[in-house]
Design a protein around this ligand. Structure first.
Ligand SMILES: [Zn+2]
Length: 283
């Protein structure tokens, strides 16, 4: 399979290209269908949000839309499905809290039991390893990238991971990465949910203040409304209400709770470990 066949490219607007890959064909345990990558095109420079799983070459897809302009690459966080293609680029920006993670190569061997033969053939070509990017530039949050005709601001939104970054443009678009999306959301233990709830509330405040109309998450549906954020915050704040409906998810070592458009996978807290094990044994 070629990159052209693998990646789905959607020209959302003149300045915004959406590039999707089917995550469920690579790692079905994530219970997530799509990885969404975004290319924002300014008059002078372009900005790529995340590099996907890195199994199929991404750079040739991106280059078609650059028209020779300089490219800035940002990782929203360090998880495999967002940084795999880093090695194709010269340098990558990431929050300082997750710089260390992406300086190590990614071993693909763990996919051996999960993926389809198309993916395994491709991993074989890569010798089962994705090298790290050569240069990593740390972000603190608050940085502004002026692409020419469009400005993009970085916002530190911890919770899904310690260095998660959201991006906000002066064209009223918000890119929420894995901080907020429909479908399966990977969350910290119940006792630490306040961190991500605070991040989501900050994004709601910003959206109201700046009149954000369109939200572009890194998984599943994109171009969704601010209702994503308000619904998500409300459900997470009322997690006690749903707590008794939780079921143990063995593959992800998490509690699974299904509420409306969200499936929450909440990491098992230290105090819950015994309960989790006994629930697994019952199932
Ligand atoms: Zn993700």
């Amino acid at each position: 399979m070629s990159s052209n066949e693998w990646y789905e490219v959607i020209k959302q607007k003149d300045h915004l290209i959406v590039i999707r890959e089917k995550l469920d064909r690579i790692e079905p345990h994530y219970l997530t269908v799509y990885d969404n990558l975004y290319l924002i095109r300014g008059n002078n420079e372009c900005l790529l949000i995340d590099t996907g799983c890195g199994i199929f070459p991404l750079k040739p897809i991106i280059e078609k839309f650059l028209n020779g302009k300089k490219l800035i690459v940002i990782n929203t966080h360090s998880h495999f499905d967002h940084v795999g293609g880093n090695y194709e680029f010269d340098k990558v920006y990431i929050h300082k809290n997750e710089k260390g993670v992406i300086s190590a190569p990614i071993d693909l061997k763990y996919l051996k039991n999960e993926s389809s033969s198309i993916i395994l053939d491709q991993c074989n070509k890569l010798n089962w390893i994705l090298p790290p990017v050569k240069q990593i530039i740390p972000l603190n949050g608050g940085e502004m990238f002026d692409l020419g005709g469009i400005k993009v601001e970085c916002i530190h939104s911890p919770g899904h991971s310690p260095g998660s970054i959201s991006l906000f443009t002066d064209k009223s678009e918000l890119f929420t990465a894995d901080v907020a999306h429909y479908g399966t959301m990977f969350l910290p233990p119940k006792d630490n949910l306040s961190v991500i709830i605070n991040s989501i509330k900050e994004l709601i405040e910003l959206s109201n203040k700046k009149g954000v109309q369109e939200i572009y998450p890194s998984h599943e549906d994109f171009n969704v409304s601010i209702e994503l954020l308000t619904d998500l915050a409300a459900h997470l704040e009322n997690i006690d209400q749903y707590w008794e409906n939780k079921i143990p998810n063995r593959a992800n070592k998490s509690w699974e709770i299904n509420v409306g458009k969200f499936k929450f996978l909440i990491r098992v807290g230290i105090k819950e470990r015994r309960d989790f094990k006994s629930r697994l044994a019952q199932n």
